[in-house]
Design a protein around this ligand. Structure first.
Ligand SMILES: CCCCCCCCCCC/C=C/C(=O)SCCNC(=O)CCNC(=O)[C@H](O)C(C)(C)COP(=O)(O)OP(=O)(O)OC[C@H]1O[C@@H](n2cnc3c(N)ncnc32)[C@H](O)[C@@H]1OP(=O)(O)O
Ligand SMILES: NC(=O)C1=CN([C@@H]2O[C@H](COP(=O)(O)OP(=O)(O)OC[C@H]3O[C@@H](n4cnc5c(N)ncnc54)[C@H](OP(=O)(O)O)[C@@H]3O)[C@@H](O)[C@H]2O)C=CC1
Length: 266
């Protein structure tokens, strides 16, 4: 009888932007599956405790290494990659999670504002993928997962810069899947809908103290763990024939209405 293989024990995974939110949950999930995780954020004071918690948890087999790294800075990404290889010997998985936005109409976005968001979401993914990808290509290959967004798939007001950067991440994913298939590297993407995270609370002002349970599949805000579970699947042997794809994780939309109305945001 065939059983799906979700095992990534002993592999090394880089997760960017893991001091909170979706990235933190991805790091915890992969470590719980036995992967060694190298995690970063712009502040070691913020990402360090996430690694400490993973390393101190008796039921988590994976080890964690925390590194201060601004993924917008290519030299810092190179140091992060080097430290990861030094600590764990190789890189098998890369999750390009760090990202963000502010909501503003196109005419109100300055040149620097536009560049800031494209840098954060697209160019950081390029830096990490080229530099970690070099190690993966010289090694045994591996798996890359990029965090896009439903805003990279569909238009929404106030999201021109963010939507353009996340749409580019999807096309980059598709292209790299074709270029690096021969190196044994799968490249996939996840497009989350609205997920409750500290970043969303800050950016969109949404606080959900009473989060609906995961059993509820009708319209609701998602949990960070639901994105982490999708990442775990995509990087596992169970997804060995899946590359160049974007997995949308947004629950069940209500037809013919805007997402914001569905979510009670307007
Ligand atoms: C129809 C509606 C649909 C709703 C439902 C949608 C469904 C799901 C979609 C969910 C979307 C969520 C996406 C997320 O990614 S949320 C979680 C991510 N976390 C964050 O976004 C963190 C919060 N943001 C920030 O920390 C910062 O804003 C950011 C990192 C993005 C930039 O910080 P940084 O310090 O690097 O930059 P500066 O503050 O120095 O600013 C740089 C330039 O940008 C201009 N700027 C900044 N904010 C604004 C603004 N609100 N409006 C206009 N311009 C802004 C700033 O002025 C600087 O430019 P100038 O130098 O020219 O002044
Ligand atoms: N939450 C949502 O509804 C959705 C999120 N997404 C995407 O998912 C990803 C994670 O989002 P979410 O968890 O909500 O975000 P949060 O804002 O909650 O967390 C962002 C994380 O990224 C880190 N980070 C931000 N900028 C940098 C940087 N330049 N270098 C390194 N680390 C950085 C932050 O750490 P620190 O501040 O310590 O540097 C933090 O750990 C993003 O790419 C986002 O666009 C997509 C669709 C929906």
């Amino acid at each position: 009888m065939h059983e799906p293989d979700y095992d990534i024990a002993g592999e090394t995974a880089i997760v960017t932007g893991a001091s909170q939110g979706i990235g933190k949950s991805i790091a915890e999930t992969l470590a719980a599956s036995g992967a060694n995780v190298a995690i970063c954020s712009r502040s070691i004071d913020r990402v360090g405790p996430v690694a400490e918690d993973i390393n101190e948890a008796e039921d988590v087999p994976g080890e964690a290494l925390a590194v201060e790294c601004n993924v917008r800075e290519r030299e810092q990404v190179q140091s992060f990659v080097d430290e990861t290889v030094e600590a764990f010997g190789d890189i098998d998985v890369l999750v390009n999670n760090a990202g963000g936005e502010f909501v503003a109409n196109f005419e109100d976005i300055s040149e620097n504002g536009w560049k800031t968001i494209v840098d954060l979401n697209l160019h950081s993914t390029v830096h990490c993928t080229q530099l970690a990808g070099e190690v993966m290509r010289e090694g045994d290959g591996g798996s890359i997962v990029n965090l896009s967004s439903v805003n990279g798939q569909h238009a929404a007001p106030g999201e021109s810069h963010y939507g353009a950067s996340k749409a580019a991440v999807i096309r980059l994913t598709e292209t790299l899947a074709t270029e690096w298939a021969g190196d044994g590297i799968r490249v996939n993407c996840i497009a989350p809908g609205l997920i409750q995270t500290p970043g969303v609370a800050e950016t969109l002002g949404i606080q959900s103290e009473d989060m609906p349970s995961r059993e509820k599949t009708e319209r609701r805000i998602g949990h960070a763990e639901e994105i982490a579970d999708a990442v775990q699947f995509l990087v596992s042997p169970a997804a060995s024939f899946i590359t160049g794809e974007t997995l949308t994780a947004k629950g069940v939309p209500r037809a013919g209405n805007s997402m914001s109305q569905d979510l009670g945001l307007e």
